[in-house]
Design a protein around this ligand. Structure first.
Ligand code: AHM
Ligand code: MG
Length: 338
């Protein structure tokens, strides 16, 4: 019933943006991001037929082998964002350096993005996603732009979002200034439009449908608080669910409740996930939905993730996010250890 009414309402992304943002430049930028998500969705859906599975033969900024679809989706987003005329600085997981947009095409915003997250799932047709964070330049009227415009705390983000390329392609947006909060849009492939389906999404408080999500293959390297917390989840009858694509694992966590953990460990003192285009946008969305996003014990203290200041564009941080009850349980283990 909900789907039918959503369709009859014809609230597509374009109309939703026009009704909910007074900022024309931001509206154009978000429409271009939506278009790039649709192009990436189409590329993922056609990948087998178009010969797009497999490696591109390159290694990206963080040392991972690049897949053909990683490269293609990066080009899609860079081109869409530069041509929006709304961007000054772009940071992509797939590029070592930030892109400073030439003055004739530059605008007020900076975007950090992972164009196709969950690379290990590309070739076996398991869900992947795009994650992005939009900032406004420190000095919007200045012609000068640099990495400093984007190396800022997560609390400065203007819009955070992700797009999941799953059984359906779904776009989730969170405008910091919008009262509604976390908004869901579903791609209707026959219309080629994102249709608004849910407003003000809230995460369950936790402890209901009990799910913990982490790569337990790394547990031999975890610290005692993470081991204790996961042992307690199991003792309380939690189910394990782990896709290995952050977008899917976090999307499920927001909708069903539970916890998603990618901690620091003995091998990786900063964890695996990147601050600017993985940790921050997801933490802002989860917090806006009523959840908690933390780093756990990191750089000597237990921190709210959004308060970090990344030191470099590809910086990493540990990620612990989800329902308040479940995240608090993990944090209580750190407190008990102090
Ligand atoms: P990627 O950016 O190279 O795709 O890596 C990020 C992904 C996340 O989507 C996911 O949560 C995590 O890496 C999974 O890592 P692991 O395979 O170590 O469990
Ligand atoms: Mg990634």
């Amino acid at each position: 019933v909900e789907d039918v009414s959503a369709e009859q309402d014809f609230m597509n992304l374009g109309r939703w943006l026009m009704e909910n943002t007074s900022d024309k430049e931001l509206t154009v930028l978000m429409a271009q991001l939506g278009l790039a998500c649709k192009a990436t969705s189409r590329a993922c859906a056609k990948a087998g037929i178009a010969g797009l599975f497999g490696l591109a033969g390159e290694v990206n900024s963080t040392g991972d082998d690049q897949k053909k679809l990683d490269v293609l989706s990066d080009e899609i987003f860079v081109s869409a964002l530069i041509n929006s005329g709304a961007c000054a600085v772009l940071v992509s997981e797939e590029r070592d350096e930030a892109i400073i947009v030439p003055e004739e095409k530059a605008g007020r915003f900076c975007v950090a993005f992972d164009p196709l997250d969950g690379s290990s799932n590309i070739d076996c047709n398991v869900s992947t996603g795009t994650i992005f964070a939009v900032y406004e330049k420190l000095h919007p009227d200045s012609k000068d732009s640099s990495e400093a415009d984007i190396l800022r705390t997560g609390t400065d983000i203007v819009v955070a979002g992700y797009c999941m390329y799953g059984a359906a392609t779904e776009l989730v947006l969170c405008f910091r200034s919008n009262d509604a909060g976390v908004e869901r849009f579903s791609l209707d492939p026959s219309l080629g439009e994102f249709i608004h389906t849910h407003t003000a999404v809230k995460i369950p408080p936790g402890g209901g449908k009990k799910i913990y999500s982490c790569n337990e293959g790394n547990s031999c390297n975890w610290d005692a608080p993470i081991l204790d917390a996961v042992a307690q989840f199991k003792a309380e009858g939690y189910s394990a669910r782990y896709v290995g694509s952050m977008v899917s694992d976090v999307h499920r966590t927001i909708l069903y409740g539970g916890i998603y953990i990618y901690p620091a460990d003995k091998k990786s003192a900063k964890g695996k996930l990147r601050v600017l285009y993985e940790g921050f946008p997801m933490a802002l969305i989860v917090e806006t939905a009523g959840g908690i996003g933390s780093t756990g014990l990191f750089q000597g203290k237990v921190q709210r993730m959004l308060d970090l200041v990344p030191g470099s564009i590809h910086d990493r941080c540990p990620v612990i996010l989800g329902s308040p009850r479940d995240v608090k349980l993990v944090l209580s283990k750190y407190e008990a250890g102090n």
